[in-house]
Design a protein around this ligand. Structure first.
Ligand SMILES: [Fe+2]
Length: 381
């Protein structure tokens, strides 16, 4: 079986090795004649980015790029991106990269025609209806990692540069018009990033699967997403050019982000403040937090992992899964404590408060409060 396909769920996805060359077709499908490619500083000089720009230029679509994007994109990056978009007379965005390039690119397309500040569109209630939907430009997402799944999401995470708090900005029209998911773009990832991003996809699937909310479709997607990560992340890590493993990881990333409509949980609620305060890698931070969160949630999730374990090829039900997660982390060189990522206990009070305000809290099977969140931080730092 060749992992190639053309899907419309949850948006149009051109999936398969080599499909980056369809970028001009994707622009035509999205009605974009003068795209601005948005990526982050680290990716800007890489061959895959040059290849994308060459393909655009070869099709008469120019080679405009904006790459002043930080690893945790903020409102200043957004303002600069919008300025570049307007100055270049663009009519759509190609968001290219890992989470930062994709999230900021989606926001440039969303915000280029709005008059209110971006914080007015935080994912709270119906705040998204404040936006002028007719002024939203189309975006095409091209992921270059396999983890965030931002390419199938209707939101972006933007960090407030003053408070360091990460905000989720949501609008239904932020969903990309077209996704090009080409696993060839991920083969050059450093090993630590392959592991960290892949374990972010795993955390999305585990948290969505654990969430108590009713969403059977997401439940099924999360289960298969977990299986794909378990079977393919070790392969992609050991053999970076294993395109089949890379393809399955790219699927798992999109599946994790599709599934977490059902809810995330304490892993992400803990990890977002840590990332905002200490600038740690998101997926790696999640991986360190996962064992302690499974322990907290165990009374509520034991049954569902007892059912899932055989499908995942794991013996021993929930207990087997819990033991597996630690071994899985260890196999990728993930530290057991956040202190090994430079996190200190000095800001725990702040982080507890931030975690309890994080929207991910609502999906955790055990209700989170100041006591259990503090205990989790004490266990993982
Ligand atoms: Fe995540």
């Amino acid at each position: 079986m060749s992992p190639t396909g053309t899907w419309s769920y949850p948006t149009a996805i051109r999936f398969g090795a080599g499909r980056l060359k369809e970028l001009p077709d994707a622009c035509a499908a999205a009605g974009i004649k003068k795209p601005l490619l948005v990526t982050d500083r680290g990716l800007a000089p890489l061959d895959i980015t040059t290849r994308a720009l060459d393909i655009l230029e070869g099709a008469g679509l120019g080679r405009a790029m904006f790459a002043e994007v930080d690893p945790n994109p903020n409102e200043k990056n957004l303002a600069a991106g919008i300025e570049a978009y307007k100055a270049g007379g663009h009519d759509g965005v190609i968001a290219f990269g890992g989470g930062s390039g994709l999230d900021l690119g989606k926001m440039v397309a969303f915000m280029c025609g709005q008059t209110r500040p971006v914080w007015d569109f935080e994912d709270i209630g119906d705040w998204w209806t404040r936006a002028d939907a007719s002024a939203i430009a189309p975006n095409i997402c091209v992921p270059t990692t396999a983890g965030t799944g931002s390419e199938v999401g209707r939101a972006s995470v933007i960090t407030n540069s003053e408070t360091h708090v990460k905000k989720i900005i949501f609008h239904p029209k932020v969903l990309p018009s077209v996704v090009i998911a080409d696993p060839e773009l991920t083969v050059g990832m450093p090993k630590a990033i392959t592991a960290g991003t892949g374990l972010d996809a795993f955390a999305h699937c585990v948290e969505a699967f654990s969430s108590p909310h009713y969403h059977p479709m997401s439940q099924g997607i999360a289960l298969e997403g977990m299986r794909l990560v378990i079977e393919n992340l070790p392969r992609a890590y050991a053999t970076p050019d294993d395109l089949e493993a890379r393809a399955h990881m790219m699927s798992a990333a999109a599946m994790g982000a599709t599934a977490f409509q059902k809810g995330l949980g304490a892993i992400h609620a803990l990890s977002h403040p840590v990332g905002a305060v200490f600038n740690t890698h998101h997926g790696t931070t999640n991986a360190v937090c996962m064992p302690a969160v499974l322990d907290l949630n165990e009374p509520k999730i034991r049954d569902r992992f007892d059912r899932a374990a055989p499908y995942l090829g794991i013996e021993g039900g929930y207990d087997g899964f819990r033991a597996f997660v630690q071994e899985f982390n260890d196999g990728f060189g993930i530290p057991r404590q956040l202190r090994d990522l430079g996190v200190t206990a000095g800001r725990v009070d702040d982080m507890v408060a931030m975690a309890l305000e994080d929207p991910s809290c609502g999906g955790n099977p055990v209700t989170l409060d100041a006591d259990n969140v503090r205990a989790l931080y004490e266990a993982v730092i």
